[in-house]
Design a protein around this ligand. Structure first.
Ligand SMILES: [Zn+2]
Length: 489
């Protein structure tokens, strides 16, 4: 009888909040059961030699849009495969009713089981969902979504309030109830999330993720840019959604946070203005543990390069000084998580010009390579901090910790073994997403995963996916509520 199912030998283990240690990891079934200076090879059914490599906790890509523009099961298969190549072991994806995704409206008690059913045999990685409440009826389902369906994060889009959300059948609308989606809606939404958070706070953090852009400003600035600049570049698009609109939106959120005490996550901050406003919200509400989130594309791209519509995303790609400001916020530990915000699109889906093209693209696979190249190598970000940004913090803020997010005895054996010297140029061919373009085309990154392990099972090694769609399991959150037997309080 072997004592361990799998042993990772001689790796440099990157443990968030601890540091880098050279040791062996022993895995029994799905869990890490030993971290020791020397585990005997004869005690292991299988040994992976990680000499010279770095063993990170598998990344938790906590901002994703599985199934937004493509059939959900198909999208989950291709994009979680790409994630596995990138050392990502858990995807937390946003879902909402209305246009895109399942093109359905109604109560989540009817629609969410369908989401879970379509996901069931489709993911190579583990996965969870964040839910966008779109109308007052769904708002009454928040507590049920936490306690029964394991959803601990909700979402609100500030710029939806300018859209005609009522939606006649067959129209290009968002298929909502006839309701306004304004600050009054947000106020009620935050009150309800805060109420549920109070009930579940012993188990974790129930929170509201917010896309912060101020819609009236976007409208006015867009009209101005289209009349006066008539350009078709990412710079024009950025001017049409100016950085102060992010700042203004965050200020509005701050007032409502003060009033409601709702824990919030300020998503995909794209500018120094957004970071400055976000830091104020964090400082004023330390008890709510407010999250400032960054993305790969806002850290990796700037709008002086001519990507055109294929680089369109909301909030937009900004000027280089904002990119540097965001890196500073990462270094200073103000931005706590870095995510891909992946939404798999295609050149065809994104047809049109910069104004009419759909926003968004994928990038989950370059999470480690980008952070290791632009953060660790170029800016002195430590490996330990890379592990915090990619896994630990995402697990903490989105209630997956300690099941996910660290390398510790009792935690899931989710690992990304990384060769810091492996260099690769990014292209459609070298990435494994279904997307037929990448705005990161031609970028050379150093530091790529060579092996990905999900709950003790190797799913990627030797430049090959060896896992199956269906290896991934749905993770109910908060994990301390849903997995009471595993994690005693
Ligand atoms: Zn998003």
């Amino acid at each position: 009888m072997n004592k361990y199912d799998l042993v990772i030998k001689n790796g440099n283990i990157v443990i968030p909040k601890v540091g880098v240690i050279n040791a062996d990891i022993g895995i029994v079934k799905e869990k890490i059961s030993a971290i020791a200076k020397n585990i005997e090879v004869k005690e292991a059914a299988r040994v992976i030699d990680a000499s010279g490599k770095y063993v990170f906790p598998g990344a938790v890509d906590s901002h994703f849009h599985i199934g937004i523009f493509r059939p959900m099961d198909e999208d989950a298969k291709s994009e979680s495969l790409s994630a596995a190549w990138g050392g990502v072991t858990t995807i937390c994806s946003y879902f909402r009713t209305g246009k895109n995704y399942l093109n359905k409206s109604g109560p989540y008690k009817d629609i969410f089981p369908e989401v879970l059913e379509k996901s069931k045999n489709s993911f190579y990685t583990d996965y969870g969902y964040h839910i966008t409440i779109m109308n007052p009826d769904q708002m009454n389902e928040i507590e049920m979504l936490v306690s029964e369906f394991g959803v601990s994060t909700f979402k609100y889009f500030m710029f939806y309030k300018m859209l005609d959300l009522t939606g006649a059948p067959g129209s290009d609308k968002y298929l909502l109830l006839n309701t306004s989606y304004d600050l009054g809606f947000l106020y009620n939404y935050m009150k309800e999330v805060a109420r549920v958070y109070e009930r579940y706070r012993d188990y974790g953090r129930i929170s509201l993720s917010i896309h912060c852009e101020q819609p009236e400003i976007i409208n006015a600035a867009t009209q101005y840019v289209r009349q006066h600049e008539s350009g078709n570049s990412l710079k024009d698009y950025s001017d049409a959604r100016p950085t102060f609109s992010e700042k203004m939106a965050i200020r509005e959120v701050e007032v409502l946070v003060s009033q409601t005490k709702c824990p919030v996550n300020l998503l995909h901050l794209s500018s120094t203005d957004a970071v400055e406003a976000g830091k104020e919200v964090v400082e004023r509400h330390p008890e709510l543990n407010i999250l400032l989130e960054g993305t790969l594309h806002h850290l990796g791209l700037s709008n002086d390069i001519k990507y055109g519509r294929l680089g369109k995303v909301n909030p937009p790609i900004r000027e280089r000084e904002h990119v540097e400001g965001l890196w500073q916020a990462v270094i200073d530990d103000d931005i706590k998580t870095v995510v891909s915000d992946s939404a798999c699109t295609s050149k065809m889906i994104k047809e049109g010009d910069i104004w009419t093209s759909l926003a968004g693209f994928g990038g989950t696979e370059i999470m480690f390579p980008l952070l290791l190249t632009d953060g660790y190598r170029k800016r002195g970000l430590s490996l330990e901090r890379v592990a915090e940004l990619t896994s630990y913090n995402s697990a903490i803020y989105h209630d997956l910790y300690p099941k996910k997010g660290t390398i510790a005895i009792g935690s899931d054996a989710d690992l990304a073994i990384i060769d810091l010297d492996k260099e690769k140029e990014v292209s459609v061919e070298t990435l494994h997403s279904a997307q037929d373009f990448t705005p990161f085309e031609g970028f050379k990154y150093k530091g790529w995963p060579v092996c990905t392990i999900l709950r003790g099972k190797v799913i990627f090694e030797n430049d090959k996916i060896v896992g199956q769609p269906g290896d991934g399991q749905y993770v109910k959150r908060p994990v301390k509520y849903h997995y009471k037997n595993e994690f005693s309080l």
